[in-house]
Design a protein around this ligand. Sequence first.
Ligand code: ATP
Ligand code: MG
Length: 563
Amino acid sequence: METAEASHFIQDIIEQDLKSGKHNTVVTRFPPEPNGYLHIGHAKSICLNFGLAKKYGGRCHLRFDDTNPKKEDPEYVHSIIEDVKWLGYDWGEHLYYASDYFQQFYEYALQLIQQGQAYVCSLGPEEIRSYRGTLTQPGRNSPYRERSVQENLDLFQEMKKGSFEEGAHVLRAKIDMASANINMRDPVIYRILKARHHRTGDAWCIYPTYDYAHCLSDSIEGITHSLCSLEFQDHRPLYDWFLEKLGVKCHPQQIEFARLSLNYTVMSKRKLTQLVQAGHVHGWDDPRMPTISGLRRRGYTPGSIRKFCDLIGVAKSDNVVDMSLLEYCIREDLNRRAPRYMGVLNPVKVVITNYPGQSSEELEAINNPEDESMGTRSIPFSGVIYIEADDFREDPPKKYFRLAPGREVRLRYAYFITCREVVRDPQTGEIQEIRCTYDPETRGGDSPDGRKVKGTLHWVSAAHAVQSSVHIYDRLFSRPNPLQDEKKGLGLDDTLNPDSLQKMHGCMMEPAVKELAPGDFLQFERLGYFCVDPESHPQSPVFNRTVSLKDTWAKIEKKMQNQ
Ligand code: ATP
Ligand code: MG
């Protein structure tokens, strides 16, 4: 899928820097913390960082910001690597871990202490908080702020040796407790954590904080432009403070952009973890999740996600993007690329009474009307077929052009049929079969005498059908802004869409679907785009519906607004 890139303010900054000679290359990084799976918001940052590096012939690093061993897990490292690769990006040899720099971070901390710009503080976490002040009130100096350099060095080295319990001491930057920016009020840069790290094992029991480790990692790697989301704007003075005081050679420029929010879903890892742990979804890769792995299982393609990130653009102010834009991107991509098949989700039997005996024949069908190179396939036709129950009405309403008693319709790629009789179960009244006649002259779907029919139905030959299951997904939340709802006191039970998953069994598909492999995408004509679930078997296929053909939600919403 081609992407027509729009220019944005970060590109303007980069181009200015290249022109002025401030930089002669562009080095960016994507810095996930391995404490969860990546979501569509991360995709925005990935596309931006890798995209800019590519555009300007520079490079983009994948760096794990693994400084909090209590929350992190190698499972997440692995999934993040897979997801970034799947999105189509390549960091070459530039895979890094903040934990690789622990020794250097430590030495920088010693330097700050020696310069009188860091001190060991022995207030407890609660006290530190209360000394910090508020937005309207300045903070107070810690009673430990004036410790001598030697005392600080000794204590910090003892912290590193493991001589103290968690929470006994922290190392703080000595900046300004009266600063209007709370981030500058002597922020903590090291804390004692007696936790085993997934890469450094038990080598360390002090771990750096995000603000301290992040700017130093950027500097060590020679990053030119450090892109992050808007909430870090107030952290930028601190980012610059560390790098200035340490006098490092490379001082990257931090640039903030608005994070992606999408309606009808949540993107905070805290909320996503809650959905997984409470069993509201089947896991991080549940097709209803906004995670990259969930979208993949749902049938989203990397190209559609890149296109989406391109369309939403990069701006300085927060806004909420409509989920239908993401759906538009996958429809566009799959319309061009997905092979078409016929399948009946909710089958009702049609007997063609004048079709010769037990015979069958092969008809030719086009694989993708958007792309001739995808060729044709043959579909078996016989005297007993299935059509969609919804495509028949005994008492058709106005403008219903599908099958009804006495009415003639076209079977796609096959024949015209006319409904002659409806057979119902005498007890339940349920339709057992619909009896029709066909016109052998209309083979292929056109009548030689030029008569027209208004409806064209999809169908599957009963004797050849592959019985399948289909999972129909809808939005996970029924309300557009679940996080705001949470603030209003609404729980997940009030905001989750109870119909976000509908499992259908006994669906009947044309035999060609047997050749599809897990992960393959397709269109079932008139029904939507689907993909073969990873746990599907050729004997009993499972299809996930990625998206319907039309935006039914937009219609429902419109209706609700008009009510
Ligand atoms: P969450 O808020 O979901 O817990 P996070 O920001 O803590 O996410 P990180 O692993 O620290 O997750 O994020 C890695 C990078 O992805 C950061 O640079 C962050 O700014 C960016 N990022 C995270 N969420 C979004 C989003 N919704 N839109 C754009 N960028 C994002
Ligand atoms: Mg973060």
